[in-house]
Design a protein around this ligand. Structure first.
Ligand code: GLN
Length: 509
Protein backbone atom coordinates (compact mmCIF):
# COMPACT_ATOMS: atom_id res chain seq x y z
CA UNK A 1 0.00 0.00 0.00
CA UNK A 2 1.40 3.43 -0.89
CA UNK A 3 1.17 6.67 1.03
CA UNK A 4 1.02 4.96 4.40
CA UNK A 5 3.25 7.52 6.05
CA UNK A 6 0.87 10.37 5.07
CA UNK A 7 -1.97 8.95 7.16
CA UNK A 8 -2.81 10.16 10.64
CA UNK A 9 -2.17 7.85 13.57
CA UNK A 10 -5.91 7.39 14.06
CA UNK A 11 -6.28 6.39 10.39
CA UNK A 12 -3.40 3.95 10.74
CA UNK A 13 -5.10 2.50 13.81
CA UNK A 14 -8.33 1.98 11.87
CA UNK A 15 -6.54 0.20 9.02
CA UNK A 16 -4.75 -2.01 11.52
CA UNK A 17 -7.96 -2.87 13.31
CA UNK A 18 -9.69 -3.68 10.02
CA UNK A 19 -6.80 -5.90 8.96
CA UNK A 20 -6.06 -3.75 5.92
CA UNK A 21 -2.48 -3.15 6.89
CA UNK A 22 -0.08 -4.82 9.30
CA UNK A 23 2.09 -3.12 11.87
CA UNK A 24 5.13 -4.59 10.11
CA UNK A 25 4.10 -2.87 6.85
CA UNK A 26 3.48 0.42 8.63
CA UNK A 27 6.74 0.25 10.53
CA UNK A 28 8.70 -0.68 7.40
CA UNK A 29 7.11 2.23 5.50
CA UNK A 30 8.33 4.63 8.17
CA UNK A 31 11.78 3.08 8.31
CA UNK A 32 11.95 3.56 4.53
CA UNK A 33 10.86 7.15 4.84
CA UNK A 34 13.53 7.73 7.52
CA UNK A 35 16.11 6.16 5.23
CA UNK A 36 15.03 8.46 2.39
CA UNK A 37 14.87 11.80 4.22
CA UNK A 38 16.68 11.68 7.55
CA UNK A 39 20.04 12.33 5.94
CA UNK A 40 18.67 15.83 5.25
CA UNK A 41 16.52 16.27 8.38
CA UNK A 42 18.64 14.54 11.06
CA UNK A 43 15.66 14.07 13.35
CA UNK A 44 17.04 10.80 14.72
CA UNK A 45 20.14 10.17 16.80
CA UNK A 46 19.53 6.48 16.52
CA UNK A 47 17.08 4.39 14.53
CA UNK A 48 16.03 0.98 15.74
CA UNK A 49 14.95 -0.97 12.64
CA UNK A 50 15.41 -4.43 14.13
CA UNK A 51 13.79 -3.60 17.46
CA UNK A 52 10.91 -1.74 15.80
CA UNK A 53 10.18 -4.53 13.31
CA UNK A 54 10.28 -7.15 16.07
CA UNK A 55 7.84 -5.05 18.11
CA UNK A 56 5.63 -4.62 15.05
CA UNK A 57 5.66 -8.36 14.46
CA UNK A 58 4.64 -8.95 18.05
CA UNK A 59 1.84 -6.40 17.69
CA UNK A 60 0.55 -8.19 14.59
CA UNK A 61 0.76 -11.54 16.37
CA UNK A 62 -1.16 -10.20 19.37
CA UNK A 63 -3.87 -8.89 17.08
CA UNK A 64 -4.04 -12.17 15.19
CA UNK A 65 -4.40 -13.97 18.52
CA UNK A 66 -7.45 -11.84 19.29
CA UNK A 67 -5.86 -9.88 22.16
CA UNK A 68 -7.75 -6.83 23.32
CA UNK A 69 -5.42 -4.07 22.13
CA UNK A 70 -5.38 -0.32 22.81
CA UNK A 71 -6.44 1.94 19.94
CA UNK A 72 -2.89 2.92 18.91
CA UNK A 73 -1.45 -0.61 19.04
CA UNK A 74 0.81 -1.24 16.06
CA UNK A 75 1.27 2.45 15.19
CA UNK A 76 4.98 3.32 15.21
CA UNK A 77 6.39 6.16 17.30
CA UNK A 78 9.62 8.13 17.84
CA UNK A 79 10.97 8.86 21.33
CA UNK A 80 13.04 11.86 22.44
CA UNK A 81 16.48 10.77 23.58
CA UNK A 82 15.88 12.22 27.05
CA UNK A 83 13.72 9.19 27.95
CA UNK A 84 15.39 6.06 29.26
CA UNK A 85 15.03 3.03 27.00
CA UNK A 86 16.11 -0.27 28.47
CA UNK A 87 19.08 -1.79 26.68
CA UNK A 88 19.13 1.05 24.14
CA UNK A 89 21.51 3.99 24.18
CA UNK A 90 20.07 7.16 25.72
CA UNK A 91 22.32 10.20 25.22
CA UNK A 92 20.20 13.29 25.99
CA UNK A 93 22.05 14.86 23.08
CA UNK A 94 25.17 14.99 25.26
CA UNK A 95 28.66 13.61 24.88
CA UNK A 96 28.75 12.83 28.57
CA UNK A 97 26.09 10.12 28.05
CA UNK A 98 27.51 8.93 24.71
CA UNK A 99 27.70 5.37 26.03
CA UNK A 100 24.82 5.20 28.53
CA UNK A 101 22.57 2.17 28.17
CA UNK A 102 19.82 2.38 30.78
CA UNK A 103 18.86 -0.74 32.70
CA UNK A 104 15.20 0.27 32.74
CA UNK A 105 12.48 1.87 30.63
CA UNK A 106 10.95 5.23 31.48
CA UNK A 107 7.35 4.66 32.56
CA UNK A 108 6.05 6.30 29.37
CA UNK A 109 8.26 4.02 27.27
CA UNK A 110 7.00 0.99 29.20
CA UNK A 111 3.48 2.14 28.41
CA UNK A 112 4.32 2.34 24.71
CA UNK A 113 5.70 -1.17 24.81
CA UNK A 114 2.71 -2.53 26.71
CA UNK A 115 0.36 -0.87 24.24
CA UNK A 116 2.50 -2.35 21.44
CA UNK A 117 3.64 0.80 19.66
CA UNK A 118 6.90 -0.01 17.81
CA UNK A 119 9.65 2.47 18.70
CA UNK A 120 11.34 3.65 15.48
CA UNK A 121 14.23 5.41 17.17
CA UNK A 122 15.47 8.08 19.54
CA UNK A 123 15.19 11.69 18.43
CA UNK A 124 17.67 14.53 18.49
CA UNK A 125 17.51 17.30 21.08
CA UNK A 126 19.43 20.18 22.60
CA UNK A 127 21.86 18.77 25.14
CA UNK A 128 19.93 17.90 28.31
CA UNK A 129 16.92 19.69 26.78
CA UNK A 130 18.56 23.11 27.13
CA UNK A 131 17.77 25.19 24.09
CA UNK A 132 15.19 26.27 21.53
CA UNK A 133 16.78 25.17 18.28
CA UNK A 134 18.34 21.68 18.67
CA UNK A 135 21.65 23.34 17.76
CA UNK A 136 22.98 22.58 21.24
CA UNK A 137 22.92 18.86 20.48
CA UNK A 138 26.41 17.36 20.70
CA UNK A 139 25.51 15.36 17.59
CA UNK A 140 24.70 18.17 15.14
CA UNK A 141 21.47 20.08 14.57
CA UNK A 142 18.15 18.89 13.21
CA UNK A 143 16.78 20.70 10.16
CA UNK A 144 13.25 22.03 9.76
CA UNK A 145 11.34 20.05 7.10
CA UNK A 146 9.78 23.34 5.92
CA UNK A 147 13.19 24.82 5.12
CA UNK A 148 16.29 22.80 5.77
CA UNK A 149 18.31 25.94 6.50
CA UNK A 150 16.11 26.68 9.49
CA UNK A 151 15.84 25.39 13.03
CA UNK A 152 13.09 22.92 13.97
CA UNK A 153 12.75 24.50 17.41
CA UNK A 154 14.01 22.95 20.59
CA UNK A 155 14.79 21.30 22.68
CA UNK A 156 12.64 18.59 21.09
CA UNK A 157 13.36 19.57 17.50
CA UNK A 158 14.05 15.96 16.56
CA UNK A 159 10.63 14.71 17.65
CA UNK A 160 8.80 17.59 15.94
CA UNK A 161 10.83 17.31 12.73
CA UNK A 162 10.35 13.52 12.57
CA UNK A 163 6.59 13.99 12.75
CA UNK A 164 6.59 16.95 10.32
CA UNK A 165 8.71 15.02 7.81
CA UNK A 166 6.36 12.00 7.95
CA UNK A 167 9.14 9.87 9.44
CA UNK A 168 6.84 9.05 12.37
CA UNK A 169 3.15 9.75 12.95
CA UNK A 170 3.70 10.22 16.68
CA UNK A 171 6.52 11.21 18.99
CA UNK A 172 7.22 11.80 22.64
CA UNK A 173 8.84 14.99 23.88
CA UNK A 174 9.53 16.75 27.15
CA UNK A 175 8.57 20.32 28.02
CA UNK A 176 10.32 22.26 30.78
CA UNK A 177 9.86 25.70 29.29
CA UNK A 178 8.33 25.00 25.90
CA UNK A 179 10.37 22.18 24.37
CA UNK A 180 7.32 20.38 23.00
CA UNK A 181 5.16 23.36 22.06
CA UNK A 182 7.73 25.68 20.45
CA UNK A 183 9.11 22.96 18.12
CA UNK A 184 5.51 22.00 17.28
CA UNK A 185 4.76 25.64 16.43
CA UNK A 186 7.72 26.12 14.10
CA UNK A 187 7.30 22.78 12.30
CA UNK A 188 3.52 22.92 11.79
CA UNK A 189 2.85 20.00 14.13
CA UNK A 190 0.69 19.68 17.26
CA UNK A 191 2.30 19.32 20.69
CA UNK A 192 1.00 19.26 24.23
CA UNK A 193 2.46 19.81 27.67
CA UNK A 194 0.08 18.01 30.03
CA UNK A 195 -0.76 19.23 33.53
CA UNK A 196 2.28 18.80 35.78
CA UNK A 197 2.06 15.35 37.36
CA UNK A 198 -0.37 13.89 34.86
CA UNK A 199 2.32 12.01 32.94
CA UNK A 200 5.03 10.15 34.82
CA UNK A 201 8.53 11.62 34.87
CA UNK A 202 10.09 8.32 35.95
CA UNK A 203 12.93 7.64 33.52
CA UNK A 204 12.86 11.16 32.08
CA UNK A 205 16.40 12.47 32.58
CA UNK A 206 15.74 15.43 34.86
CA UNK A 207 16.43 18.98 33.75
CA UNK A 208 14.37 21.08 36.20
CA UNK A 209 12.22 18.66 38.14
CA UNK A 210 9.54 21.13 39.24
CA UNK A 211 8.92 22.11 35.60
CA UNK A 212 9.63 18.98 33.51
CA UNK A 213 6.73 17.19 31.86
CA UNK A 214 6.57 14.48 29.19
CA UNK A 215 4.04 15.00 26.40
CA UNK A 216 2.85 14.03 22.92
CA UNK A 217 3.68 15.35 19.44
CA UNK A 218 1.57 14.46 16.39
CA UNK A 219 0.22 15.90 13.14
CA UNK A 220 -3.29 16.61 14.37
CA UNK A 221 -5.24 17.28 17.55
CA UNK A 222 -6.94 13.89 17.83
CA UNK A 223 -3.69 11.92 17.42
CA UNK A 224 -2.09 14.13 20.07
CA UNK A 225 -4.98 13.48 22.45
CA UNK A 226 -4.86 9.72 21.85
CA UNK A 227 -1.16 9.65 22.72
CA UNK A 228 -1.70 11.96 25.71
CA UNK A 229 -4.31 9.54 27.07
CA UNK A 230 -2.03 6.57 26.49
CA UNK A 231 0.99 7.92 28.37
CA UNK A 232 -0.87 9.61 31.24
CA UNK A 233 -2.00 8.26 34.59
CA UNK A 234 -0.73 7.66 38.09
CA UNK A 235 2.73 6.21 38.60
CA UNK A 236 3.88 5.27 42.11
CA UNK A 237 7.47 5.60 40.85
CA UNK A 238 7.07 9.37 40.42
CA UNK A 239 6.44 11.18 43.70
CA UNK A 240 4.81 14.12 41.92
CA UNK A 241 2.45 11.92 39.91
CA UNK A 242 -1.24 12.85 40.26
CA UNK A 243 -3.32 10.03 41.62
CA UNK A 244 -6.28 10.49 39.33
CA UNK A 245 -7.38 9.41 35.85
CA UNK A 246 -6.33 11.34 32.74
CA UNK A 247 -9.11 13.75 31.71
CA UNK A 248 -11.15 12.65 28.65
CA UNK A 249 -8.85 14.37 26.16
CA UNK A 250 -9.76 12.28 23.09
CA UNK A 251 -13.49 12.84 23.62
CA UNK A 252 -12.79 16.54 23.99
CA UNK A 253 -10.79 16.54 20.74
CA UNK A 254 -13.71 14.90 18.92
CA UNK A 255 -16.16 17.36 20.46
CA UNK A 256 -13.98 20.23 19.25
CA UNK A 257 -13.54 18.71 15.80
CA UNK A 258 -17.31 18.63 15.55
CA UNK A 259 -17.27 22.41 16.04
CA UNK A 260 -18.56 22.46 19.60
CA UNK A 261 -16.94 25.39 21.41
CA UNK A 262 -20.06 27.48 21.80
CA UNK A 263 -20.01 29.48 25.01
CA UNK A 264 -16.40 28.69 25.84
CA UNK A 265 -14.68 31.73 27.29
CA UNK A 266 -11.35 32.39 25.62
CA UNK A 267 -8.92 34.97 27.03
CA UNK A 268 -6.19 36.57 24.94
CA UNK A 269 -3.15 37.16 27.17
CA UNK A 270 -2.41 40.83 26.65
CA UNK A 271 1.23 40.47 27.70
CA UNK A 272 1.95 37.69 25.16
CA UNK A 273 1.90 39.79 22.03
CA UNK A 274 3.09 43.10 20.65
CA UNK A 275 6.78 43.97 20.86
CA UNK A 276 8.99 41.08 19.79
CA UNK A 277 6.17 39.19 18.05
CA UNK A 278 6.40 39.06 14.25
CA UNK A 279 3.42 40.77 12.56
CA UNK A 280 2.90 37.65 10.41
CA UNK A 281 2.61 35.55 13.56
CA UNK A 282 0.14 37.97 15.15
CA UNK A 283 -1.97 38.11 11.98
CA UNK A 284 -2.45 34.33 11.84
CA UNK A 285 -3.13 34.29 15.58
CA UNK A 286 -5.87 36.92 15.30
CA UNK A 287 -7.45 35.20 12.28
CA UNK A 288 -7.62 32.00 14.31
CA UNK A 289 -9.37 33.91 17.09
CA UNK A 290 -11.98 35.01 14.57
CA UNK A 291 -12.57 31.35 13.71
CA UNK A 292 -13.28 30.60 17.36
CA UNK A 293 -15.53 33.66 17.64
CA UNK A 294 -17.53 32.46 14.62
CA UNK A 295 -18.00 29.10 16.27
CA UNK A 296 -19.58 30.83 19.25
CA UNK A 297 -16.66 31.16 21.66
CA UNK A 298 -16.58 34.34 23.73
CA UNK A 299 -13.31 36.18 23.26
CA UNK A 300 -11.93 38.73 25.69
CA UNK A 301 -8.55 40.15 26.62
CA UNK A 302 -7.00 39.29 29.96
CA UNK A 303 -4.02 40.91 31.64
CA UNK A 304 -1.41 38.81 33.42
CA UNK A 305 0.96 41.54 34.62
CA UNK A 306 3.54 39.24 36.23
CA UNK A 307 4.21 37.39 32.98
CA UNK A 308 6.85 39.94 32.07
CA UNK A 309 8.95 38.50 34.90
CA UNK A 310 8.38 34.89 33.84
CA UNK A 311 11.47 34.59 31.65
CA UNK A 312 13.93 35.95 34.26
CA UNK A 313 12.31 33.83 36.97
CA UNK A 314 12.52 30.73 34.78
CA UNK A 315 16.18 31.40 33.98
CA UNK A 316 16.93 31.35 37.72
CA UNK A 317 14.71 28.45 38.81
CA UNK A 318 15.53 26.19 35.85
CA UNK A 319 19.36 26.49 36.08
CA UNK A 320 19.20 26.16 39.88
CA UNK A 321 17.38 22.86 39.59
CA UNK A 322 19.42 21.77 36.57
CA UNK A 323 22.76 22.47 38.27
CA UNK A 324 21.68 20.23 41.11
CA UNK A 325 20.25 17.51 38.83
CA UNK A 326 23.33 17.47 36.61
CA UNK A 327 25.63 16.91 39.59
CA UNK A 328 24.92 13.20 39.11
CA UNK A 329 27.08 13.21 35.98
CA UNK A 330 30.25 12.81 37.97
CA UNK A 331 32.24 10.32 35.87
CA UNK A 332 31.53 7.62 38.45
CA UNK A 333 27.94 6.59 37.94
CA UNK A 334 26.92 7.27 34.36
CA UNK A 335 28.48 7.89 30.99
CA UNK A 336 31.98 8.64 29.90
CA UNK A 337 35.04 8.96 32.12
CA UNK A 338 37.91 11.23 31.14
CA UNK A 339 41.22 11.42 32.99
CA UNK A 340 43.10 14.72 33.20
CA UNK A 341 45.90 15.30 30.67
CA UNK A 342 48.34 16.15 33.43
CA UNK A 343 48.56 15.93 37.18
CA UNK A 344 47.29 13.31 39.58
CA UNK A 345 44.27 11.15 38.86
CA UNK A 346 41.94 11.93 41.74
CA UNK A 347 38.17 11.84 42.15
CA UNK A 348 38.09 15.60 41.71
CA UNK A 349 40.41 15.80 38.71
CA UNK A 350 38.56 13.01 36.87
CA UNK A 351 35.24 14.64 37.66
CA UNK A 352 36.54 17.96 36.34
CA UNK A 353 38.07 16.52 33.18
CA UNK A 354 34.96 14.46 32.44
CA UNK A 355 32.56 17.35 32.90
CA UNK A 356 34.83 19.67 30.93
CA UNK A 357 34.94 17.24 28.00
CA UNK A 358 31.42 15.88 28.33
CA UNK A 359 29.26 19.00 28.68
CA UNK A 360 28.72 21.54 25.92
CA UNK A 361 28.83 25.33 26.42
CA UNK A 362 25.10 25.85 27.05
CA UNK A 363 25.01 23.19 29.75
CA UNK A 364 28.08 24.67 31.39
CA UNK A 365 26.51 28.13 31.26
CA UNK A 366 23.44 26.89 33.10
CA UNK A 367 25.36 24.88 35.68
CA UNK A 368 27.35 28.03 36.47
CA UNK A 369 24.23 30.24 36.54
CA UNK A 370 22.37 27.80 38.77
CA UNK A 371 25.26 27.27 41.16
CA UNK A 372 25.62 31.04 41.49
CA UNK A 373 21.89 31.58 42.07
CA UNK A 374 21.91 28.98 44.84
CA UNK A 375 25.13 30.10 46.51
CA UNK A 376 24.98 31.22 50.13
CA UNK A 377 25.21 34.99 49.64
CA UNK A 378 22.88 35.15 46.66
CA UNK A 379 20.21 32.55 47.37
CA UNK A 380 17.57 35.01 48.61
CA UNK A 381 18.32 37.66 46.01
CA UNK A 382 18.09 35.27 43.06
CA UNK A 383 16.49 31.90 43.71
CA UNK A 384 14.28 33.19 46.56
CA UNK A 385 12.96 36.10 44.55
CA UNK A 386 12.38 33.94 41.50
CA UNK A 387 10.19 31.66 43.62
CA UNK A 388 8.15 34.69 44.69
CA UNK A 389 7.66 35.66 41.06
CA UNK A 390 6.55 32.11 40.37
CA UNK A 391 3.81 32.54 42.96
CA UNK A 392 2.73 35.83 41.36
CA UNK A 393 2.47 34.14 37.98
CA UNK A 394 0.37 31.37 39.48
CA UNK A 395 -1.90 34.05 40.94
CA UNK A 396 -2.26 35.76 37.56
CA UNK A 397 -3.49 32.45 36.17
CA UNK A 398 -5.84 31.90 39.12
CA UNK A 399 -7.33 35.36 38.59
CA UNK A 400 -7.74 34.71 34.87
CA UNK A 401 -9.62 31.45 35.46
CA UNK A 402 -12.32 33.43 37.25
CA UNK A 403 -13.23 34.99 33.92
CA UNK A 404 -12.18 32.56 31.19
CA UNK A 405 -11.93 28.81 30.50
CA UNK A 406 -8.74 28.98 28.44
CA UNK A 407 -6.02 31.52 27.71
CA UNK A 408 -4.49 31.87 24.26
CA UNK A 409 -1.41 33.42 22.63
CA UNK A 410 0.97 32.77 19.79
CA UNK A 411 3.09 29.76 20.83
CA UNK A 412 6.32 31.30 19.62
CA UNK A 413 6.88 35.00 18.92
CA UNK A 414 8.58 34.20 15.60
CA UNK A 415 8.56 31.56 12.90
CA UNK A 416 11.57 29.23 12.55
CA UNK A 417 14.78 31.24 12.47
CA UNK A 418 17.87 30.35 10.47
CA UNK A 419 20.35 27.81 11.80
CA UNK A 420 23.17 29.72 13.46
CA UNK A 421 21.19 32.95 13.72
CA UNK A 422 20.88 33.00 17.53
CA UNK A 423 23.66 30.65 18.50
CA UNK A 424 25.92 33.42 19.79
CA UNK A 425 23.17 35.29 21.58
CA UNK A 426 21.76 33.22 24.47
CA UNK A 427 19.23 35.90 25.42
CA UNK A 428 17.73 35.98 21.94
CA UNK A 429 17.50 32.18 22.05
CA UNK A 430 15.82 32.28 25.48
CA UNK A 431 13.15 34.67 24.17
CA UNK A 432 11.82 31.95 21.86
CA UNK A 433 10.04 30.56 24.94
CA UNK A 434 8.62 33.78 26.31
CA UNK A 435 5.04 32.62 25.68
CA UNK A 436 5.41 29.01 26.77
CA UNK A 437 7.32 29.43 30.04
CA UNK A 438 4.54 30.89 32.27
CA UNK A 439 2.53 27.66 32.06
CA UNK A 440 5.52 25.55 33.15
CA UNK A 441 6.02 27.82 36.16
CA UNK A 442 2.35 27.34 37.07
CA UNK A 443 2.18 23.60 36.29
CA UNK A 444 -0.79 24.07 33.97
CA UNK A 445 -1.34 22.34 30.60
CA UNK A 446 -0.70 23.86 27.18
CA UNK A 447 -1.23 22.88 23.55
CA UNK A 448 0.17 24.28 20.31
CA UNK A 449 -1.80 23.83 17.09
CA UNK A 450 -0.84 25.17 13.65
CA UNK A 451 -2.83 28.25 12.60
CA UNK A 452 -1.38 28.93 9.16
CA UNK A 453 1.68 30.22 7.39
CA UNK A 454 3.32 33.60 7.94
CA UNK A 455 4.27 35.65 4.86
CA UNK A 456 7.69 33.95 4.99
CA UNK A 457 5.92 30.69 4.16
CA UNK A 458 6.63 29.17 7.58
CA UNK A 459 4.14 27.71 10.06
CA UNK A 460 2.71 29.63 13.01
CA UNK A 461 1.54 28.00 16.24
CA UNK A 462 -1.54 28.93 18.29
CA UNK A 463 -1.12 28.24 22.00
CA UNK A 464 -3.99 27.25 24.28
CA UNK A 465 -3.56 27.13 28.08
CA UNK A 466 -6.04 25.73 30.59
CA UNK A 467 -6.32 25.37 34.37
CA UNK A 468 -4.49 22.46 35.99
CA UNK A 469 -6.31 19.18 35.31
CA UNK A 470 -8.50 20.82 32.63
CA UNK A 471 -6.39 19.40 29.78
CA UNK A 472 -9.59 18.43 27.98
CA UNK A 473 -10.31 22.13 27.30
CA UNK A 474 -7.11 22.35 25.26
CA UNK A 475 -8.24 19.64 22.90
CA UNK A 476 -11.76 20.94 22.55
CA UNK A 477 -10.58 24.38 21.49
CA UNK A 478 -7.67 22.98 19.45
CA UNK A 479 -9.92 20.51 17.66
CA UNK A 480 -12.43 23.20 16.76
CA UNK A 481 -9.71 25.40 15.34
CA UNK A 482 -8.11 22.58 13.37
CA UNK A 483 -11.37 21.46 11.76
CA UNK A 484 -12.18 24.91 10.39
CA UNK A 485 -8.63 25.81 9.39
CA UNK A 486 -8.00 22.53 7.56
CA UNK A 487 -11.22 23.15 5.68
CA UNK A 488 -9.94 26.57 4.66
CA UNK A 489 -6.54 25.19 3.68
CA UNK A 490 -8.04 22.25 1.77
CA UNK A 491 -6.24 19.72 3.99
CA UNK A 492 -3.53 19.50 6.64
CA UNK A 493 -1.00 22.32 6.65
CA UNK A 494 1.87 19.84 6.57
CA UNK A 495 0.85 18.65 3.12
CA UNK A 496 2.27 21.98 1.98
CA UNK A 497 5.74 21.65 3.53
CA UNK A 498 7.98 22.38 0.57
CA UNK A 499 11.45 21.20 1.66
CA UNK A 500 10.73 17.51 1.40
CA UNK A 501 8.54 16.94 -1.65
CA UNK A 502 6.16 14.02 -1.67
CA UNK A 503 8.44 12.54 -4.34
CA UNK A 504 10.87 11.44 -1.63
CA UNK A 505 8.08 9.46 -0.08
CA UNK A 506 7.48 7.63 -3.36
CA UNK A 507 5.71 4.38 -2.66
CA UNK A 508 6.97 4.23 0.92
CA UNK A 509 9.82 2.43 -0.72
N1 GLN B 1 14.09 26.45 25.54
C1 GLN B 1 13.90 26.36 26.94
C2 GLN B 1 15.22 26.23 27.63
O1 GLN B 1 16.18 26.28 26.95
C3 GLN B 1 12.98 25.22 27.26
C4 GLN B 1 13.66 23.92 27.35
C5 GLN B 1 12.71 22.78 27.62
O2 GLN B 1 11.51 22.92 27.67
N2 GLN B 1 13.30 21.63 27.87
O3 GLN B 1 15.32 26.08 28.80
Amino acid sequence: MTGLTRLSAAEMATLLRDGEVSSVELTQAHLNRIEAVDGAVHAFLQTLPKVALAEAKAADAARAAGEDLPELAGVPIAVKDVLATKGLKTTCGSKILANWIPAYDATVVRKLREARLPVLGKTNMDEFAMGSSTEHSAYGPTHNPWDLERIPGGSGGGSAAAVAAFEAPLALGSDTGGSIRQPAAVTGTVGAKPTYGQVSRYGLVAMASSLDQVGPVARNVLDTALLHALIGGHDPKDMTSLNEPVPPVADAARQGLAGDVKGMRVGIVQELGGRGYQPGVEDRFHEALEVLRHLGAEIETVSCPSFRFALPAYYLIMPSEASSNLARFDAMRYGIRVEPDAGPVTVESVMGATREAGFGPEVKRRVILGTYALSAGYYDAYYGNALKVRTLIQRDFENAWEDVDVLVSPTSPTTAFKLGEKLDDPLAMYLADVATIPSNLAGIPGLSVPCGLAPDGLPVGFQILAPARADAFLYRVGGALEAVLEDQWGGPLLDRAPALPVATEGADQ
